[in-house]
Design a protein around this ligand. Structure first.
Ligand code: MIG
Length: 771
C-alpha cells in the first residue's frame, strides 16, 4: 500500500475565490464562505467540476484577506484566523483573537493510505465532541470511533455502528471554545475522537474522494448549527397534520382495518391525525400498486379517512420488482433507469418483492420518472410518503461494490442514495400535490436531507435502553440540522410492557415527530390495547401534545428560519456546563425555547435530573427549583419530569381531536414568573399550503417584561388570519393577581395558575397587559 503525507508547498496561486496551494502530491484549495465558514479541499485528482449533495451555498466573492510570512501564510476573516504552514502544508484555525481552535497534527496532517484519505488533528486535553447525527453511544463522543456506511440494522443495540444515516458533521468543544467541522465526502467515512491513539490525535477520513471539509468558527453551538444549516439548508414548514399523533403498524392489512383504527381513535376521543399503510397495501410488494383484494378502493378508503380528519402515509421502497408487464419495471428497463454492473447488465438484489432492480436516483430523468409515479398514490389522496430500505438494503446487505449508478460506483454514493430517493420523492410529490405540502419520511439520509424530508431512527427495540438511546439519537440529529425526527414509540421489535408503552408515549409528546410503530408479529400498540387505566394516561398525554401545538408549530418556524432543532441537547445552550455530559443527565433536552424534558425509564418512579443555571418550575405542578443543581424528583408514569424556565412564554390551545378541528378559538398564553425579560415569536399559517411563502402567515412577538410587570404582543405581521379569536392569559408562579390594565384600560383579572381571566378579543394591533 502506498502511504503519502501531504508535503511542502511548492507553489501558491490565488484564483478567486480560492487560494490554491500546490504540493508534490496534491492541491489544496482554501475558500471563504462566510466570516465563520472556511472550506478546505485537498485533492490528488485533477480538478473536477465542484459538486455537493449537501451544500447549497457558494464561496463569498469578497477579496480574500491574507498575508505571507514566509514559513506561514495567514488568512483572516472577522471571525477566524487560518494559519497555513507551508513546509509541510498544515492548517491551523484560530479565533480572530488568536486562540487555537483546531490544528492539523504536525507529523501526519493529511495522509493517504492507498485511496483512503485521513486528516489527523491535534486532540486538546479537555476536548469534547458532539454531533454526527444518528450515532449510538454517549452525548460526548470523545474516545469513540464511528463509521458512516448507511446500513439496514434491525435489532441494533445502543452500541451498534453504523446505523442508517450519515451526517459527517461534528462540533468540538475545548478551553471554553467551540468549532464545527463538516467533512463533505460521500464515501465510507470514519470519525475517531481520540480512540486508540493514547490521547494523541483525533482524526476523520474516507475510503476515497477528496479531503473536503468546511470549518465553522462561531463561538456558540447554536450559532454553529445556524451556520451549518445555512450551508446545507433548512427544513420547510412541515404540514401541520404531521405534527399530530401518528399511528403506524407493519401492517394494517386491509382498508377495513385501517378504517377501524381511525374509527377507534374517534370513538375513544384520542386525538390523532395520521395513519400509515406499511408494505402490505401493495400487490406483491410492487411499488405504486394497491392490493386489489385488501385495498380494492383506495380512494373510497381515503375519502372516509379524510371525513374523519385523518391523513394517510404509504410506504415506498426503492426496489422495483423484476416482472414483465409491471409498468415501473418495463419503463425502467426500456429507458435504462436502473443500477447496473460495469458491463451494463442490470443489477438484481433481493428485497420484499423478490428479485429487484434499483433506480439510479443520481440521474434527474430517473428522479422525474420516480416522482411522476406517485400519481398512483396521490390521485386517491395519499399525502405522506414513507421512504424505507433506501440505504439501500438488500437481503444480506451485500450489494456488490461493482454496482454502478450511472457513472458512480456504489461505494462512492451509497451514503447519499437514501437522500436522493427522498429528494426525488419530495420533488415529485410537490408537483403532483400542487400547492399542498407533502410529508416525506426517510430512513437513510445524508447531510442536507432536512431540505426534503423527516427521518426516523429505524428498527429500535421495545426496552428502556432504547427509549433512552432513541432520545440521544433525536438530540444528536438535531445538532446536525435534522429538526423533524421521530423514533418508533413503544419500540419496533419485541413487545413493550404496558409501563414502557405509557412512559414512551409520554416522551413522544416531546418528540418532534410523534409516531407509534411496531413490527409485524408483535402485539397491537394502539392506545386502547393497554387497558382502561393505561389508555387514560396515554390519552391525556396525546391531548397534551395537541394542547402544545401552537408552541410546537412556532418552534418549527424557528427551525425553518434558523436550523435550530425543536429537541435540543443541553449541550446546545449549556455547552460549558460539565454536568450536562454526565451519563445520568446526558439524555435531557430542551424542547423549544422554554421547556426541559428528562427522559425516564419505565421501571423507575423517581428520576435524577439536572437543572442548568436559572430558575425552573415543574410543568405539571408549578413546584419551583433553583438551577445549577441536581434533584431527585417524582416521576410517576402519569407525570414525566418536564420543567419550564422562569420567564417562559408558552402558547397553548384547548384539546382538539385532530389538527383539522376548528377548536374553541381560544389561544392560551402561559407565562411563568421570573426576573428576566423574555420574548417568543408566535407563528401561524394555514398549516398545509405554500401560501406562507407569499406572505400568508400570522406572526407576532410576545414580550414578557417582569420589571415593568408588562406583557406585550407586537402588531401582527403577515396577511393570514389567526384561527384564534380570543386570548386567555395564564400566569404561573404569582400570588393572586386581581387588577390590571389591558391597553391602558383597567380590567379585572383573576388569573393565577391555570385559572385564566376572562377571554380577551385578539386584535392584530399591539396588545399590552400591565399587571
Ligand atoms: O424489512 O416495511 O424500518 O419501519 O415496518 C423490514 C416493513 C422493512 C423496515 C422499517 C420498518 C417497516 C418494515 N421495514
Amino acid at each position: 500500500m502506498q502511504v503519502q503525507t501531504l508535503s511542502e508547498v511548492t507553489h501558491i496561486n490565488e484564483t478567486p475565490p480560492q487560494l490554491v496551494f500546490t504540493t508534490a502530491e496534491a492541491e489544496a484549495r482554501v475558500s471563504v464562505y462566510s466570516a465563520a465558514v472556511i472550506r478546505i479541499q485537498i485533492t490528488r485528482q485533477p480538478q473536477e467540476p465542484d459538486h455537493s449533495f449537501a451544500v447549497i451555498q457558494s464561496p463569498s466573492t469578497d477579496k480574500l484577506q491574507y498575508h505571507d510570512d514566509g514559513a506561514t501564510m495567514e488568512l483572516s476573516t472577522s471571525a477566524l484566523k487560518l494559519i497555513i504552514h507551508k513546509a509541510p502544508l498544515r492548517f491551523s484555525f484560530y479565533t480572530a483573537g488568536g486562540k487555537p481552535l483546531n490544528e492539523d497534527d504536525r507529523r501526519y496532517g493529511v495522509n493517504w493510505q492507498g485511496e483512503r484519505v485521513i486528516n489527523y488533528k491535534k486532540l486538546y486535553a479537555d476536548e469534547k465532541f458532539i454531533g454526527l447525527g444518528e450515532k449510538t453511544g454517549p452525548l460526548n463522543r470523545r474516545g469513540k470511533h464511528y463509521v458512516n456506511w448507511n446500513s439496514d440494522v434491525p435489532n441494533h443495540t445502543p452500541e451498534s455502528d453504523p446505523l442508517y444515516e450519515t451526517f459527517p458533521f461534528y462540533i468540538g468543544l475545548h478551553d471554553g471554545l467551540t468549532y464545527g467541522l463538516f467533512f463533505d465526502n460521500t464515501h465510507k467515512s470514519y470519525f475517531d475522537f481520540g480512540a486508540s491513539t493514547d490521547e494523541q490525535m483525533s482524526w476523520f477520513g474516507a475510503d476515497g474522494g477528496d479531503l473536503n471539509y468546511y470549518f465553522f468558527g462561531a463561538q456558540s453551538v447554536a450559532q454553529i448549527i445556524q451556520d451549518y444549516t445555512w450551508l446545507t439548508g433548512r427544513m420547510e414548514m412541515p404540514p401541520l397534520w404531521s405534527l399530530g399523533y401518528q399511528q403506524c403498524r407493519w401492517s394494517y392489512m386491509s382498508a377495513q382495518e385501517v378504517l377501524e383504527v381511525a374509527e377507534n381513535f374517534r370513538k375513544y376521543q384520542i386525538p390523532a391525525d395520521v395513519l400509515y399503510c406499511d408494505i402490505d397495501y401493495m400487490e406483491d410488494f410492487k411499488i405504486f400498486t394497491w392490493n386489489k383484494q385488501t385495498f380494492p378502493e383506495p380512494k373510497a378508503m381515503i375519502d372516509r379517512l379524510k371525513a374523519m380528519n385523518f391523513n394517510l402515509v404509504t410506504i415506498v421502497d426503492p426496489g422495483i420488482k423484476v416482472e414483465k408487464g409491471y409498468p415501473q419495471y418495463d419503463e425502467g428497463v426500456d429507458k435504462g433507469y436502473f443500477a447496473t454492473y460495469p458491463d451494463g447488465e442490470k443489477y438484481i438484489g433481493e428485497v420484499w418483492p423478490g428479485r429487484c432492480h434499483f433506480p439510479n436516483f443520481f440521474n434527474e430523468e430517473v428522479c422525474n420518472w420516480w416522482g411522476a409515479s406517485f400519481n398512483a398514490l396521490t390521485e386517491p389522496g395519499v399525502t405522506g410518503f414513507w421512504n424505507d430500505m433506501n440505504e439501500p438494503a438488500v437481503w444480506n446487505q451485500n450489494m456488490p461494490w461493482l454496482v454502478k449508478f450511472g457513472d458512480k460506483y456504489m461505494p462512492e454514493v451509497r451514503n447519499v442514495y437514501g437522500m436522493e430517493m427522498a429528494r426525488a420523492t419530495y420533488e415529485g410529490t410537490r408537483k403532483t400535490l400542487g400547492n399542498q405540502r407533502p410529508f416525506v419520511l426517510t430512513r437513510a439520509a445524508y447531510s442536507g436531507t432536512q431540505r426534503y424530508s423527516a427521518v426516523w431512527t429505524g428498527d429500535n427495540t421495545a426496552n428502556d435502553e432504547h427509549l433512552l438511546l432513541g432520545q440521544r439519537l433525536v438530540n444528536s440529529l438535531g445538532v446536525t440540522g435534522m429538526a423533524m425526527v421521530g423514533v418508533d414509540i413503544g419500540g419496533f421489535s419485541g413487545n413493550p410492557t404496558p409501563e414502557l408503552m405509557v412512559r414512551w408515549n409520554s416522551l413522544g409528546v416531546y418528540t418532534p415527530m410523534f409516531r407509534n410503530h411496531a413490527q409485524e408479529g408483535t402485539i397491537y400498540r394502539e392506545p386502547w390495547q393497554w387497558g382502561e387505566d393505561n389508555m387514560a394516561i396515554i390519552k391525556k398525554d396525546i391531548e397534551l401534545r395537541y394542547r402544545l401545538l401552537p408552541y410546537i408549530y412556532s418552534g418549527y418556524y424557528q427551525s425553518a428560519q434558523t436550523g435550530l432543532p425543536l429537541s435540543r441537547t443541553l449541550a446546545i445552550n449549556y455547552t460549558q456546563d460539565e454536568q450536562v455530559y454526565e451519563e445520568v443527565y446526558q439524555n435531557e433536552f430542551e424542547f423549544g425555547d422554554s421547556m426541559l424534558v428528562a427522559p425516564v425509564i419505565s421501571t423507575a418512579n423517581t428520576a435524577d435530573v439536572y437543572l442548568p443555571e436559572g430558575q425552573w418550575y415543574r410543568f405539571n405542578t408549578g413546584e419551583q427549583y433553583a438551577g445549577g443543581q441536581n434533584y431527585t424528583v417524582a416521576a410517576p408514569l402519569t407525570d414525566l419530569p418536564v420543567f419550564v424556565k422562569a420567564g417562559a412564554i408558552i402558547p397553548m390551545q384547548g384539546v382538539v381531536q385532530s389538527t383539522k378541528d376548528a377548536g374553541d378559538g381560544i389561544l392560551e398564553l402561559h407565562i411563568w414568573n421570573g426576573d428576566k425579560e423574555n420574548s417568543f415569536v408566535y407563528y401561524e399559517d394555514d398549516g398545509q399550503t405554500y401560501d406562507y411563502q407569499q406572505g400568508s402567515y400570522y406572526k407576532r412577538t410576545i414580550h414578557f417584561n417582569p420589571a415593568g410587570r408588562q406583557i406585550d404582543l407586537s402588531a401582527v405581521e403577515g396577511s393570514y388570519l389567526s384561527k384564534y379569536a380570543s386570548l386567555k392569559l395564564v400566569m404561573h408562579g404569582y400570588d393572586e393577581l386581581t387588577s390590571s390594565k389591558f391597553n391602558d384600560q383597567p380590567i379585572v383579572f383573576n388569573f393565577v395558575d391555570n385559572e385564566p381571566q376572562d377571554e380577551l378579543v385578539i386584535t392584530n394591533d399591539k396588545m399590552k397587559f400591565v399587571y
